[in-house]
Each structure stands twice: as structure tokens, then as C-alpha cells.
Design a protein around this ligand. Structure first.
Ligand SMILES: Cc1ncc(C[n+]2csc(CCOP(=O)(O)OP(=O)(O)O)c2C)c(N)n1
Ligand SMILES: [Mg+2]
Length: 549
């Protein structure tokens, strides 16, 4: 790397993390970065239709690969990406957002450049974009070797975005800083770790019953084997909120089903809320949407919370202890619980005849049948989030945006998951309203040769919003009536299997066709305008009752 430029150094260093693709839109201030990516032997440029889509794709990619790269240009590009990068911060996805800014020559002269406010101030957008990251660095030839290690270590330790910005002229200059070794992963404070583990183990010793709630962070930090070992060593059952869905394979015999407070299946409520101790492994976020409107009742004294960098037991917080270390230590010392009641979730039964129209009730059992092991399922906000109630087969994972909830995310994120692992099938389940925000990305699915199966529910508008309204037919919940299943062809996607289905029989036939071979499928499902899954209505009623919204 001795003679590389700053831009080349950044790309090479990120490629060492296993990143082989960079999502983005080019721009003149970012040209040195764009060139370095295009020239790099193992990093592919994955052009997208706009930077927002690129940020969603980068989020999806990072969820599968552990981190990702997003490259945008100054101001107009980086600000377009901001909603996606901020969502990645909220939901812990390590995107390296690399931005090219105007040359220092112009900055010193305070020139009135394009993509600025015309005020000669070049910090305006750095202050904004850095808020969507957990760490940021303004690179120079002198600092870039050190700064890259600092941002990489911090982003990976938090699994949150890093914002890296470099001026166009400096990006083309050779690196002058010293060689810096990669920073080690953060380690736990030994005394705090011992105290935390002692406290957890004695709590478990005193308990007759227990349960585990694994969190989405287990997936983000790739700790599934460690948490599975804890489940097996303790024999404890586990359940997941919608945000944490399938972070541990749902085919495991100790999986009880989804947990959404008192609206969960009775055996789940009993196992979680009735347990003497609940191990919250990873820091479950009990959000409005993941708890059916805060319908959960877990005695805080019974809950042990093992978060990314701290652990809480009985109101005492142990700081600077890493989740990985706590999980490993308690797995060594946990007792095997006796007489654990295991009960599998009850999958939704098939309803409706082949000639009947597709309803919210008949749709989900079809998805249930369609899923296969190791699928990557990407669920959009809206009624499609109800597919989180499905029981996933062995190794199938679920990605959604329960916390950030930015519609259009799933259509972008599924491009990222599909690129990140071309050996697995990505299944995108989205409503048509959300899809309209980012559907211009379909052309790039075709261009980049990924082969997902895409389900677009066409229910004439923003159904989940209709469900939340006393009067469902405000015109703001209506949409332009696209002919969805014709869109892929119009965007240059050749040889895709597309279909528009109205009945259960048509849906089944289309699903059978989509399951054949490895061609891409795009299925437009016609649903009822006022036919909502029960969860959508319930949520609103709950939140209205509780807070009077
Ligand atoms: C970026 C953004 N804008 C607006 C919203 C508000 N919103 C939440 S769900 C939703 C409607 C989703 O409709 P659709 O995708 O058609 O799904 P459906 O509920 O109809 O199945 C809207 C507008 C949001 N969450 N994110
Ligand atoms: Mg809709």
C-alpha cells in the first residue's frame, strides 16, 4: 500500500473487511473515490438509482456481511442517503459511508461551488451527516492510516455507520502517514465482567424457571452460535419480538414463537412473563410496534439485560462488559434447567378456496408454505410486517425496520441482501405504497444480476394507515395505480417471471412457478382495500387507548 493514494487506501482497507461491493451514485467531488473503487481488483461498483436506495442496499448488505460500503458525493448525494444511514444507526448496521467533498484549494478560497449554500462554508453538511454515524473522520494523507483504523474499530464495535469524508484533491495524494495495525476488538473490564457474570449466575441458580429473549444485535454481531450454545446449555426456551425475529433459527426445538406481550400465544406469555428470570440477550428494544403497543409485562427485577457494552442485573449496571464475553462466560457456568416446558408456535392454518379472492387471512399461510431453509426474508413496514408472524424454516433469517420504519427501505435493502449472498434466496415482501418510494431500483436488480422473489401487495393504497384511521378513506392514503407487474420489464429486467394474482389458486400457481429454478420472480398480489391483518388494527386501538393519539 506504500504508494497508494488516500482514495485507494480507503477502498483497499475496507476491502480487507470482506466488502466486495460498494453501493452509490458518483459525483465530481467523489470521482477519486469512484475511480479507486472501479480500479480495485476485488470491489465492485454497484450503481443505484439514487443515494437513498444505495443507503438501504448498504444496510441490507451489512446485515448479511457484517459491514458495507456506500459512496456518495458532497451534500446532494450524502444528504439523499441520510434517512437510510440514520436508520442503519438506529438498527445497528455498520455502513461505511464514504463521501467526496470539494478540493481544499477551493475550500481555502471559500469559492461559491455547486452543491453548497453559496456561503463558502464547507462544514455545513459534515455536521449533519456525522449525526447519522457513530464515528466520523475527515481524512488527509497524513491522518488516514490512523483515522481509518479508528473509524473501523468504532463502527464494528457498535455495528453502526461510520462517516468518512475526503476532499477531492487530498483523495488523489499519496498516503504519508505511518503504517498502523488494525485496532483490537474492545475487551471487557475483567472485574466488571466477573461481577456481572457472578450476579447473573446466582440469579439463575435461585430460579426454578427461566426464558431467553434474544435480540437483533445477536444477528448483527454474528453471535448466533454462542447464543444457541447458551440456549442448549441452559435448556431454556426462547421467544423473539418482531424486531428480533429469526435472529436465532426458528427451527430450534426451544423456540416458543413470537413475543408481543399479552397478545402472544398463551404458552409464550406464560413462559416469558411467568419466568423467575428472563435473559434479555443482546438488549431487546421493547418498542411500541414490537410489543403491540407496550403490551409486555416483564418484572424488571426478573430481567437480566445483556447489552452490547453493558449488562444490567437487579438495577445494577456493569459497564464496559462486552456482550460476547458475558454470553460466553454464563454459558460455561449456567445450570441446566429441569422440567422446561417446550411448545412450538402454531402456524396459521390455510383458509379460502382456490377461486376465492386473496385476503389478509389467506395470504400469510401461503407465504408460510413458500419459505424454504436459509431464505433471507426482507419485510417492509406496513401490513407486510405481519409476515413476521410466520414460523421460519431452518436457517431462514428476517430483516425488517421495526424501529426506524422508513417505507421503501425493504425494496432497497433486499438488493443489498441479494448482492451480499448470491447463494441464498432473498424474498422481499412489500406493500405497493412503500414500493413506490424505491421501485426505481428494480432496474438495478436486473443490471446487477440478482435473483430475488418479490411479492408486492397491491391493496389500493396505504392500508396500514387506513387501519389506523377512524375514517379510512382520506385521499392521502391513495396512490397512483401502477401496473406493478409490468414495471420490471419496463426497467430492463429481462427474463423475469412476473404475474398479477387475484385468487388463492392464482397465488399458489405463481408461487410454485417462482419456486422453480433460480429465475427472478415478481408477483403482484391484488388484495382488498380495507382488508387488514388483525395486528394492524390492534396496534392502533392499543396506542389510542394508552396515549390517546
Ligand atoms: C419514509 C416514510 N414515509 C411515511 C411513512 C408513514 N407510513 C407508514 S406505513 C405507510 C403505508 C404503507 O403502505 P403500503 O406499503 O402500501 O403497505 P400496506 O399497509 O398497504 O400493505 C406509510 C405511508 C413511513 N413510515 N416512512
Ligand atoms: Mg398498500
Amino acid at each position: 500500500m506504500a504508494s497508494s493514494t488516500v482514495a485507494e487506501y480507503v477502498v483497499e482497507r475496507l476491502s480487507k473487511l470482506g466488502i466486495t461491493d460498494c453501493f452509490g451514485v458518483p459525483g465530481d467531488f467523489a470521482f477519486p473515490l469512484n475511480d479507486a473503487i472501479e480500479d480495485h481488483p476485488s470491489v465492485n461498483w454497484l450503481g443505484t438509482s439514487n443515494e437513498l436506495n444505495a443507503s438501504y442496499a448498504a444496510d441490507g448488505y451489512a446485515r448479511i456481511r457484517g459491514c458495507s460500503m456506500l459512496c456518495t458525493t458532497y451534500a446532494v448525494g450524502e444528504l439523499s442517503a441520510l434517512c437510510g444511514v440514520m436508520g442503519a444507526k438506529a438498527e445497528r448496521s455498520a455502513i461505511f459511508h464514504v463521501v467526496g467533498m470539494p478540493s481544499m484549494r477551493y475550500q481555502h478560497l471559500r469559492k461559491k461551488l455547486h452543491h453548497t449554500l453559496g456561503d463558502g462554508v464547507f462544514q455545513n453538511f459534515i455536521n449533519i451527516s456525522s449525526q447519522a454515524a457513530c464515528v466520523h473522520a475527515i481524512l488527509t494523507p497524513d491522518n488516514c492510516t490512523y483515522e481509518m483504523e479508528r473509524v473501523i474499530a468504532t463502527a464494528l464495535a457498535n455495528r453502526q455507520p461510520a462517516y468518512i469524508i475526503v476532499a477531492e484533491d487530498l483523495a488523489k495524494m499519496p498516503v504519508t502517514g505511518p503504517t498502523i495495525q488494525p485496532f483490537p476488538e474492545p475487551t471487557s473490564d475483567a472485574e466488571e465482567l466477573k461481577a456481572a457474570v457472578d450476579a447473573i449466575v446466582s440469579k439463575l441458580e435461585a430460579a426454578d424457571t427461566g426464558a431467553i429473549l434474544p435480540a437483533f444485535t445477536i444477528q448483527r454481531f454474528a453471535l448466533q452460535p454462542e447464543v444457541t450454545a447458551l440456549i442448549e446449555a441452559s435448556g431454556l426456551p426462547y421467544a423473539t419480538t418482531s424486531m428480533d425475529k429469526a435472529c436465532i433459527s426458528e427451527s430450534h426445538p426451544n423456540f416458543l414463537g413470537p413475543y408481543a406481550g399479552k397478545f402472544s400465544e398463551p404458552h409464550v406469555v406464560e413462559a416469558i412473563e411467568g419466568a423467575d428470570v428472563v435473559l434479555n440477550v443482546g438488549g431487546v428494544l421493547f418498542t411500541d410496534f414490537s410489543t403491540a403497543g407496550f403490551a409486555h409485562t416483564i418484572d424488571p427485577h426478573k430481567m437480566v439485560t445483556i447489552s452490547v457494552d453493558h449488562t444490567e442485573v437487579e438495577g445494577r449496571v456493569y459497564t464496559n462488559v462486552r456482550m460476547r464475553d458475558v454470553i460466553a462466560e454464563i454459558t460455561k457456568r449456567v445450570k441446566k434447567f429441569n422440567g422446561v416446558q417446550l411448545q412450538r408456535p402454531t402456524p396459521a392454518a390455510k383458509v379460502g378456496g382456490p377461486n376465492d379472492p386473496i385476503t389478509a387471512e389467506s395470504l400469510y399461510p401461503h407465504y408460510q408454505q413458500f419459505l424454504r431453509p436459509n431464505d433471507i426474508v426482507v419485510l417492509e413496514t406496513g401490513t407486510s410486517a405481519s409476515a413476521g408472524g410466520l414460523v421460519f424454516p431452518e436457517g431462514a433469517v428476517c430483516h425488517n425496520q421495526t424501529l426506524w420504519g422508513s417505507i421503501g427501505w425493504a425494496t432497497g435493502a433486499a438488493l443489498g441482501t441479494a448482492v451480499a449472498d448470491r447463494s441464498r434466496r432473498t424474498v422481499l415482501i412489500t406493500g405497493e405504497g412503500s414500493h413506490q418510494l424505491t421501485a426505481n431500483e428494480l432496474g438495478n436488480y436486473g443490471r446487477h444480476g440478482v435473483k430475488p422473489v418479490i411479492f408486492v401487495l397491491n391493496n389500493e393504497g396505504f392500508a396500514v394507515e387506513r387501519a389506523l384511521e377512524v375514517y379510512p378513506d382520506w385521499i392521502y392514503n391513495d396512490l397512483a395505480p401502477w401496473d406493478y407487474h409490468t414495471v420490471p420489464a419496463a426497467m430492463g429486467c429481462k427474463d423475469w417471471f412476473t404475474a398479477k394474482v387475484r385468487t388463492n389458486g392464482e397465488l399458489e400457481a405463481a408461487m410454485n412457478k417462482a419456486a422453480e429454478g433460480d429465475s427472478t420472480a415478481y408477483i403482484e398480489i391484488v388484495g382488498g382495500k380495507h382488508d387488514y391483518p388483525p395486528g394492524a388494527k390492534l396496534l392502533h386501538t392499543r396506542l389510542a387507548e394508552l396515549y390517546g393519539i
